[in-house]
Ligand binder design. Structure first.
Ligand SMILES: [Zn+2]
Ligand SMILES: [Zn+2]
Length: 452
């Protein structure tokens, strides 16, 4: 597997004197397997130069796969400037998280509307197929792909690519689910208290290369909690905990100049060394190439059949989903209602634990947003009661516990009571929306079978 970085900057293209070495273009990474399969991770402004290079060097017909993490601008802005899309004899499969709300094709068409761009999506000359993804695994030619929802204010997927024993994880636009905790007795050891942080480490497990969001530092992070990006120390700690071989710091903050990236890199290396880890760390630079040797090789074949068996939840066809919001503070209920309004959900609310349980039994919601502190039975008791129900739908309903308690022991208590997820206040509306979408899509995919 050969990996080439075409864009490494986060949030905003930042060309100029201060970013010459690490680059100013936004997210775009080319992956090429020994058998020749071409996968492009994200389509930020770095895709412009990649497109030119592909047209100059590739044999035609050209066939490629574009995996988009999410559709924030910095990950799709290069799309209308990606020349292979305007060329006959080229074929692209484009994948991105979807399944609720607008479909990928509509979103990409949106940034190419007449007001923003002179060419529309229908005018692309390439043959393009769109795939709306949820969490799960599928094959792209000789590559096994696992996709996992990340923690970002938009529904975002991280991708793990494996071929011939070589593995690459692309986890960009992600932040810790519950702060960043280290072990009190051993501050050098990361201690994931949120189940989703533990699963994130498992997703990175043993990878030859992890390309990880490294937008902030731990000092900068407290003012930016909920913006959906990682402190670089977290990136190091999870990569160490996952026993990854190499870590590429990625999605550099627009204001981080080359010298600042160098300083950050030195600190990261010292941090990994202090943990006795052999993790190799580098800061991803535009133009940089990394080779991951493949052992054994599968034939690259056309995988249209497998591509069709993606865990696509069927566009917006999830059916009407019911979300129960439980909070005794009317302003929080209003805020959550507003966050989920327009998502096509049926929204119910309750002000205390007892009525929450009654409504849950009568209405069998698909997801519950549950405040911890409630009059009468509190959130933990409601959780325990739900998990003890005989109705499997209630027993397994995803419960997102909402609380201002951020201490590790509180978070652990929430999960011990049966919470599925733990969201700390203050939260951003966009974050709630992406968490809710993520859990509804996950449970729908499980319930409907992943191979539809
Ligand atoms: Zn981004
Ligand atoms: Zn983003």
């Amino acid at each position: 597997m050969r990996i080439r970085f075409w864009g490494t900057r986060g949030s905003l293209p930042k060309p100029g004197r201060t970013t010459l070495r690490y680059g100013g273009n936004t997210s775009c990474v080319e992956v090429r397997t020994a058998a020749g399969t071409l996968i492009v991770l994200d389509c930020g402004t770095g895709a412009h130069e990649l497109g030119q290079a592909l047209l100059e060097t590739e044999r035609h017909p050209l066939r490629g796969h574009l995996l988009i993490s999410h559709t924030h601008w910095d990950h799709i802005q290069g799309f209308p400037f990606f020349a292979p899309l305007f060329t006959r004899d080229t074929e692209w499969d484009i994948y991105a998280p979807g399944g609720l709300g607008k479909r990928l094709e509509e979103i990409l068409a949106g940034q190419m509307e007449y007001t923003y761009f002179p060419v529309t999506l229908e005018q692309l000359d390439a043959t393009v197929r769109y795939h709306d993804l949820v969490e799960g695994a599928f094959e792209i030619e000789d590559v096994h792909v696992a996709a996992r929802f990340l923690n970002h204010p938009a529904l975002t997927l991280g991708y793990r690519l494996e071929v011939g024993g070589a593995s690459l994880v692309y986890a960009v636009d992600h932040e810790p689910h519950a702060g960043h905790h280290t072990d009190a007795g051993d501050p050098d050891r990361v201690r994931p208290v949120h189940q989703e942080d533990q699963r994130h480490i498992e997703f990175l497990g043993g990878a030859d290369l992890v390309i990880h969001d490294a937008t902030y530092t731990l000092d900068e992070y407290p003012k930016r909690v909920g913006w959906g990006h990682s402190p670089v120390e977290y990136a190091v700690d999870v990569a160490v905990a996952a026993r990854a071989r190499r870590l590429a710091l990625f999605h550099h903050a627009p204001l981080r100049d080359d010298d600042a990236v160098d300083r950050l890199l030195a600190e990261c290396r010292a941090r990994a060394a202090a943990r006795g880890s052999s993790l190799e760390i580098f800061a991803a630079a535009e133009g940089q190439v990394v080779e991951l040797p493949e052992r054994g090789r599968r034939d690259a074949g056309r995988s249209d059949d497998t591509a069709r068996r993606l865990m696509v939840a069927g566009g917006t066809g999830l059916g009407l989903k019911t979300v129960l919001i439980v909070d005794d503070a009317p302003d929080i209920v209003t805020l959550l209602m507003r966050a989920l309004d327009g998502e096509g959900f049926r929204l119910l609310s309750a002000e205390d634990g007892e009525s929450a349980l009654q409504i849950a039994r009568a209405e069998r919601p698909d997801l519950i947003l549950l405040d911890w502190i409630l009059p009468g039975r509190d959130g933990l008791e409601v959780c325990r009661a739900l998990r003890a129900e005989s109705d499997p739908k209630l027993r397994d309903v995803p419960v997102v516990l909402i609380t201002a308690q951020t201490e590790p022991e509180h978070i652990a208590a929430g999960f011990a009571a049966g919470a599925t997820d733990y969201l700390t206040k203050p939260f951003r509306v966009a974050h709630v929306r992406s968490r809710v979408r993520g859990w509804l899509l996950r449970t729908s995919a499980t319930a409907d079978g992943a191979d539809r």
